[in-house]
Design a protein around this ligand. Structure first.
Ligand SMILES: Cc1cc2nc3c(=O)[nH]c(=O)nc-3n(C[C@H](O)[C@H](O)[C@H](O)COP(=O)(O)OP(=O)(O)OC[C@H]3O[C@@H](n4cnc5c(N)ncnc54)[C@H](O)[C@@H]3O)c2cc1C
Ligand code: SF4
Length: 549
């Protein structure tokens, strides 16, 4: 039986060696590595813990897990799994729960083009000390990206192959952090094989996705970390010999703040979350770089669709237990077309085919087919979605590059992104052109995200927010140094015992889905932290016997 990782909040101790705020990739890496190094570790996560089988699989459940925040707009629970941030210029979707974005992502795990790290925006040590490669290796050993061996047999992969005629470049199987065979993973957790149900982006109810909640967090817990959920950190404050981390129950209105003390704090609340905590801390007097909030990138991340082609796609999940039995769907992403540009890195792009979660099925006729409400009434949903016109729906995820010119600032105490003119970033026109050609190659009509033109206005949206606490040489260039230590605002001097480890430290777009890079940078930071503090840890897999003892 799957073990719950979180403890009741009244068990939180007054002080720990380390407090980790947030539990996505950066937080998971920090908690696992520092617990292995013998530190007393406390993880504080804003969202809920979901066990396998508890993820939303029907539309009402999905709605219940949606929180929308932005300006004066606010709906849903503060612990909703899907955290939509509405911005004046661009919208952002992030995951909220124990495991962060890993719970609802597609799990594509790619290393960036080496030209990304050759950009002088990164301090030289990042490429020179060899630890980034070690970090990539350690992250891959824990998360285990794999290409599905029979990807080319999936209907949706063949549909992508047909679309790829537009580019003269065929697809290849995409590496995803999914277990395609029964196994005991390096954290000692048993995982069954993927059922190819396609519902990765609403949460894996099989237990086959190698999320942070299946890997780094159980590893941290097995090495003594205390994990608490549904607690939101408001700010941190420096004390004579360490830090105070102020928090409150996530959903309690006007609750008074409690605090926990720590010698070391690792902020890992995600691009928006960590930047938000530091902005609020600065308002209360903490000295930080003036660059805080700058350098936000949407990673050239786009979701778009094509409909009306002659061939079937099978791009809508069936969930688990399956709502419809037919041909296998496949993990959310099985194939991708890589379109590198040898001369202009920023023009490189990767087009991935994606699957929409089964819980969204009742909404799809409304979004995609004129008179869809009537169609929904006339046909059974099953027929309409899995056999009718919507079985020909292509979903495309694209990653590329932008200029990272967004700025995160506080609005009513919460992070919002400002980026006037972002919709004119050249990446959006380039992707529109490419996807129009892909759609034409399969006789389909290209559709920009229908979400973008309905409830959220015609603004770009991203699920890959990066930056805000970017790595740089010193406080004039970044918010943290190459070891992810936070600058105190004066040159290259840092605050002792304060780190940021998550997507916010990435100072530019990376042109690939970011989970592996975020994890690698966090692994690298933990190696440095251990060296600087004479700590040691191994990264050996846990044996199953040890796990069950
Ligand atoms: C639908 C979707 C699909 C995606 N697909 C892919 C993909 O295929 N491949 C890929 O590489 N990336 C993908 N991503 C992006 C990827 O999941 C994120 O880049 C990644 O999760 C970011 O990791 P992180 O460590 O920065 O923080 P997160 O994973 O965002 O974790 C931060 C955590 O901190 C918590 N938190 C925030 N504020 C506070 C606070 N004040 N107090 C306490 N806790 C707080 C949050 O609830 C969250 O759990 C996808 C994202 C989405 C939404
Ligand atoms: S396809 Fe289904 S079983 Fe496989 S990882 Fe995704 S959600 Fe889990």
């Amino acid at each position: 039986m799957q073990q719950r990782l979180s403890s009741p909040r009244d068990q939180i101790k007054p002080a720990y060696d380390v407090v980790v705020v947030g539990s996505g990739y950066g937080g998971g890496v920090a908690a696992s590595r520092l617990a292995r190094a013998g530190q007393s570790v406390c993880v504080i996560e804003k969202g809920k813990e979901f066990l396998t089988g508890e993820f939303p699989s029907r539309l009402p459940e999905l709605r219940h897990e949606l929180q929308i925040n932005g300006g004066k707009m606010r709906s849903g629970s503060h612990t909703g799994l899907f955290d939509f941030r509405i911005g004046a210029d661009i919208h952002v979707l992030v995951g909220c729960g124990l495991g962060g974005g890993s719970l609802i992502n597609a799990g594509v795990a790619l290393k960036p083009d080496p030209r990304v790290f050759a950009d002088p925006v990164w301090p030289q040590e990042i490429t020179d000390d060899g630890l980034l490669d070690l970090g990539f290796g350690r992250a891959a050993a824990m998360l285990r990206p794999a290409r599905y061996a029979k990807a080319a047999e999936l209907t949706k992969y063949r549909a992508l192959e047909a679309a790829s005629a537009a580019f003269g470049e065929g697809p290849i199987a995409a590496p995803v952090v999914v277990s395609f065979e029964d196994n005991v993973n390096p954290a000692g957790v048993s995982q069954p094989a993927c059922t190819l149900c396609g519902d990765c982006c609403s949460g894996c109810n099989v237990g086959a996705k190698n999320t942070v909640a299946m890997t780094y967090l159980p590893d941290a817990r097995a090495h003594g970390a205390h994990i608490f959920t549904e607690l939101v950190v408001s700010h941190i404050a420096k004390e004579a010999d360490g830090w105070r981390v102020y928090f409150a129950p996530s959903d309690a209105k006007d609750a008074s703040l409690s605090f926990v003390e720590a010698k070391t704090v690792v902020l890992a609340a995600g691009t928006l979350g960590s930047t938000e905590i530091l902005l609020r801390s600065r308002e209360r007097g903490l000295k930080l770089s003036d660059r805080l909030g700058d350098g936000f990138s949407a990673n050239g991340d786009i979701i778009a669709f094509a409909l009306g082609g002659t061939e079937k796609v099978n791009g809508i999940g069936v969930g688990y237990p399956p709502k419809y039995v037919g041909d296998a769907i496949g993990a959310c992403v099985a194939g991708q077309i890589e379109l590198p540009d040898a001369h202009h890195l920023d023009r490189s792009m990767i087009i991935q085919e994606g699957v929409l979660p089964s819980a969204l099925a009742p909404l799809l006729p409304v979004f995609f087919i004129s008179g869809g409400r009537l169609l929904g009434a006339a046909h059974s949903l099953i027929k309409g979605v899995y056999q009718g016109p919507l079985s020909h729906l292509h979903t495309f995820f694209v990653v590329s590059h932008d200029e990272a010119k967004g700025r995160i600032r506080l609005d009513n105490g919460s992070a919002t992104v400002e980026w006037p003119g972002v919709a004119d970033e050249p990446v959006y026109a380039r992707v529109d052109q490419a996807l129009t050609r892909a759609a034409e190659a399969v006789g389909a009509r290209y559709i920009k995200s229908p979400l973008a033109v309905t409830s959220m206005g015609t603004k770009p949206a991203t699920a890959h927010p990066l930056g805000g606490c970017g790595i740089g040489e010193d406080a004039s260039a970044g918010v943290v140094n190459h070891k992810c230590q936070v600058f105190d605002g004066e040159g290259a001097r840092v605050h002792g015992g304060l780190y940021v480890c998550d997507g916010s430290v990435v100072p530019r777009s990376i042109g690939v889905n970011p989970l592996l890079t975020i994890s690698a940078l966090a692994e690298r930071a933990m190696i440095h932290l251990a060296r600087d503090h004479n700590l040691g840890f191994d990264d050996l897999p846990r044996a199953r016997a040890e796990a069950s003892s």
